[in-house]
Write a protein that binds this ligand. Structure first.
Ligand code: GLU
Length: 283
């Protein structure tokens, strides 16, 4: 079974950059006859906006992007993440380094690698091996995965107990999702996520990282860069614009969201997406 997902963090409303990625993922999966899921990555309460979950769901619905199964919430999976941590135990260590201390290093210097028994008030890190974790990306082709050199032993549970995005995503994507299509801003987390899936004995999905939508000055649209929220009442125009950024032009005569989505599924073609998207133009 082909299964894909769109996995927004509920830090704010969706913007045009989110729609571009959601639409590409939706079309790619639907064209292959698969199931498209929506997962809310709600594991970081301090960064979350309490209204964002409802706003995201309403916005996807207005744009006709209905998931094939009930919406998944990472906050419901605490048990699965704890079991994963237990499984990973032989590869974990317990780090007491402060952020301040680590700021001087490009990557984790391995200071606490010997602390192999669980201790409270410590961040939990995974011990990296020097092996390559490269893979073949659906959009970018061969990707170098030598993240041991770039990143060092990375955190799987923060000192305050929060499960890291990488661990949660590895647990939720492994064995369940067959194709992850997302923005190239997430390329650096792919090797760590694949490594965790490998340690956990989970099958990793295929990955496709498409370019991110940027403002004229080259910054990525995001909540931090104040990307304007999508107006749900202009769903048809928004979808047309998203298709345009991806390199597709739907016939002007199409006047409904459903018909436009069907057209998009039929015409979607990864090889038509430009390596750099046209710059964002506010409507
Ligand atoms: N939740 C992450 C985000 O919104 C993305 C998750 C993913 O696609 O892996 O940036």
């Amino acid at each position: 079974m082909i299964t894909g997902r769109f996995a927004p963090s509920p830090t704010g409303p969706l913007h045009m950059g989110s729609l571009v990625t959601a639409l590409a993922s939706y079309c790619s999966i639907k064209q292959a006859g698969g199931e498209w899921l929506v997962r809310i990555d709600d594991l970081d309460p301090p960064r979350q906006d309490p209204n964002a979950v409802n706003a995201i769901i309403r916005c996807l619905t207005a744009h006709g992007l209905h998931p094939d199964r009930p919406i998944i919430f990472q906050s419901d999976h605490a048990g699965a993440y704890e079991s994963a941590l237990q499984k990973l135990a032989p590869n974990l260590f317990y780090c007491k380094c402060s952020r301040k201390k680590l700021r001087a290093h490009d990557r984790y210097p391995g200071t606490c690698r010997e602390a192999r028994t669980p201790l409270p008030d410590r961040a939990v890190r995974v011990l990296l091996s020097d092996t390559e974790h490269g893979y073949c990306d659906g959009f970018l082709g061969s990707v170098d995965g030598n993240f041991a050199a770039q990143l060092g032993d990375f955190i799987v549970r923060r000192r305050d107990g929060l499960i890291s995005y990488n661990l949660a995503t590895a647990v939720d994507d492994g064995n369940t999702i067959s194709e992850v299509l997302r923005g190239q801003d997430l390329l650096p987390v792919t090797a760590p996520q694949r490594y965790l899936m490998q340690l956990l004995g989970l099958t990793a999905p295929d990955y496709t990282h498409i370019p991110c939508l940027e403002f004229a000055d080259g910054t990525k649209l995001s909540k931090q860069t104040h990307a304007p929220p999508l107006n749900e009442h202009s769903a048809l125009a928004n979808l047309r614009a998203a298709l345009g950024y991806l390199g597709f032009q739907a016939p002007d005569a199409i006047d409904s969201v459903g018909i436009l989505l069907n057209w998009s599924i039929a015409h979607f073609d990864l090889s038509q997406i430009p390596t750099k998207l046209p710059k964002y133009q506010p409507s």
